[in-house]
Design a protein around this ligand. Structure first.
Ligand code: PMP
Length: 363
């Protein structure tokens, strides 16, 4: 692996810690040090580590085999659970990552509209080939992207008769946990409708922030939504879905069906783990409890004079990169750029401990 790495975001010079075990909200590195996990696998670790219900679901499915080459009994459970949570998702398709979900949603938008142009936003991250920070990544897939300013309602003027889709995170995740203004997102909704373009909400990270995702909080209905992260119960996962008339284009019984295969789209363990998480672990009350923990953390951090952004259980710390290694030494792990995603096993005591450690480091 180049530089010993297969996942750029995890690299920390001179080298990152190797984590060998996780349980609840705690992780242990290869040298035996224990940390409270405030990274939560960039939101994919919502359930915490080794959740017994999810582990049991995986064990149960594993016993019957994992590469069955056919529809399995778990994919309908997961599809029903997700469609039941997000009313805008009338039909859904699974894939293997958030990146793939966004590529598929954009490709669907281009096929359905017959147009090519895609409007995205500065600071947006939608995957390894859809990264729009500081002019965009050289690896971005070859589409005519137009990059607007996030939270600038005037950016809606970029949407025109050539636009296939507007792809936007309702809160910038990797871009610093910056919530989207309702007026900005509504302007995109209106412009897309007026010009016959599709509005795609990337809720790969943000779907965890409310039972119906941030689209429910904002009361804005996108045409398509992309999902990922924790919805696979901690295993590799992605999904895209939305308006029935659009998603029905994939119905393989149609003579003109759009093809979308994918060996592991219905991976048995992922489907089973995801369904167990959504039907047996996560509840609206648990989401509210975790969001309140995030509010508590933001309040503590702001009281230290540090800028703390985000919404609910996703927290962005700003301009404190210098305390990262000190926080690790004090037993608190999170993303060096200041990203925190809380997981269900964390407690108020844990959150207060994080803030106390940050205060001591800053002092
Ligand atoms: N969209 C958003 C908003 C994300 O935060 C991410 C991952 N951080 C992705 C898409 C890509 O998901 P994956 O890493 O599963 O490809």
């Amino acid at each position: 692996m180049p530089g010993g790495n297969t996942r750029t975001v995890l690299h920390v010079p001179p080298f990152p810690l190797t984590i060998v075990r996780g349980e609840g909200a705690r992780i242990w590195d290869a040298d035996g040090h224990e940390y409270l996990d405030f990274l939560g696998e960039y939101t994919a670790g919502l359930y915490g580590h080794s959740h017994p219900v999810i582990q049991e679901a995986i064990r149960h499915a594993l016993a019957d085999g994992t590469t069955l080459g056919a529809p399995n009994r778990y994919e309908t459970q997961l599809a029903a659970a997700i469609c039941g949570r997000f009313p805008s998702i009338e039909l859904i398709r699974f894939c293997n990552s958030g990146t793939e979900a966004n590529v598929m949603a954009l490709s669907l938008a281009r096929a359905a509209t017959g147009r090519r142009k895609i409007v995205v936003f500065e600071g947006g991250y939608h995957g390894g080939v859809l990264y729009f920070h500081h002019g965009g990544s050289p690896l971005n897939f070859p589409a005519p992207f137009v990059v607007g300013d996030y939270n600038d309602p005037a950016a809606a003027e970029l949407v025109d008769e050539d636009t296939a889709a507007v792809l936007v995170e309702p809160m910038l995740g990797s871009g610093g946990a910056i919530p989207g203004d309702r007026a900005f997102l509504q302007a995109l909704r209106d412009a897309a409708r007026d010009h016959g373009a599709l509005l795609i909400f990337d809720e790969v990270m943000t779907s965890r922030l409310a039972w119906g995702g941030l689209q429910e909080v904002l009361a804005i209905t996108p045409d398509l939504t992309t999902l990922g992260k924790y919805l696979g119960g901690g295993l590799a996962f992605g999904a895209f879905g939305g308006r029935r008339d659009l998603m029905e284009l994939f119905d393989p019984s149609r003579p003109d069906a759009l093809p979308h295969a994918g060996t592991f789209n219905n991976a048995v363990l992922t489907m089973a783990a995801g369904a167990a998480g959504l039907t047996q672990v996560l509840t609206p009350d648990e989401i509210a409890r975790l969001n309140a923990l995030g509010d508590r953390l933001r309040e503590h951090i702001a009281a230290l004079g540090v800028r703390a952004t985000g919404y609910g259980s996703m927290v962005g710390l700003h301009d404190v990169e210098h305390v990262f290694f000190g926080m690790l030494e004090r037993g608190y792990s999170y993303a060096r750029r200041g990203f925190v995603a809380l997981s269900l096993p964390l407690t108020e005591e844990d959150v207060d401990g994080f803030a106390d450690a940050l205060a001591a480091e800053l002092a």
